[in-house]
Design a protein around this ligand. Sequence first.
Ligand code: ATP
Length: 253
Amino acid sequence: MQNNTIFHIENVDLFYGEKQALKQIQMDIQKNSVTALIGPSGCGKSTFLRCLNRMNDLIDDCRIEGNILFENTDIYKGNMNVVDLRTRVGMVFQKPNPFPMSIYDNIAYGPRCQGIKDKTILDAIVKQSLEKAALWEEVKDRLKDSAFGLSGGQQQRLCIARAIAMEPEVILMDEPTSALDPIATAKIEALMEELKNEYTIIIVTHSMQQASRVSDYTAFFLMGEVVEFDKTSTIFQQPKDQRTEDYITGRFG
Ligand SMILES: Nc1ncnc2c1ncn2[C@@H]1O[C@H](COP(=O)(O)OP(=O)(O)OP(=O)(O)O)[C@@H](O)[C@H]1O
């Protein structure tokens, strides 16, 4: 394990009932980097992403074996508090999913649930989170308006701001730009570059161009296995496995 490892993943198998969806996954995810998970549909990318903050716990019949160490603590063993884990490992989904409330309240919701009531503190959290998500300038004069009045790209940055407000260490992103136009996508990609200074980002993407643009490391999944995991430049320029090469050159998937 390298010094900068935030997630150490060892021999992870995952089953939905009888069906095995992940096989012997091994990976060390580095702090303050962007790691992209790529591979054809159904290969287990989202399943793996959800393992990292135990979102699969919500699925009946889902069983996981092996070890996932987050900052040296196994998140599936002992007395791991799942609410704390999901605060430290936040998530942004494919479709922007703002809460049916104002822009301000979307951000303040989590901190309020954690017991922060002081308006000055909440105002500061809202401003800072929106600034970090590169949305503040666009919404500062309409904080009391409904979040549903924002464009899709703005809504997705709002969801990123909402995750940031919880002061996570890691942000998981499951195809965060697949519902967005190219301009909104470019904004989110630029934002990832900024955010990795402070957070660790793990992103599932169907776009190989996106993976090569935004990520430092890439894992190529195929039928529940990680075929290759390496620096993004190596995966795209000198893949070691023929299957990786076939995939990135568009021969299948
Ligand atoms: N809740 C579930 N119950 C049963 N099987 C599931 C469940 N979620 C996913 N699977 C199965 O697990 C396998 C991996 O699915 P997963 O969604 O992780 O793949 P993916 O690589 O993210 O796919 P996509 O790119 O299409 O989103 C698939 O065969 C899928 O049908």
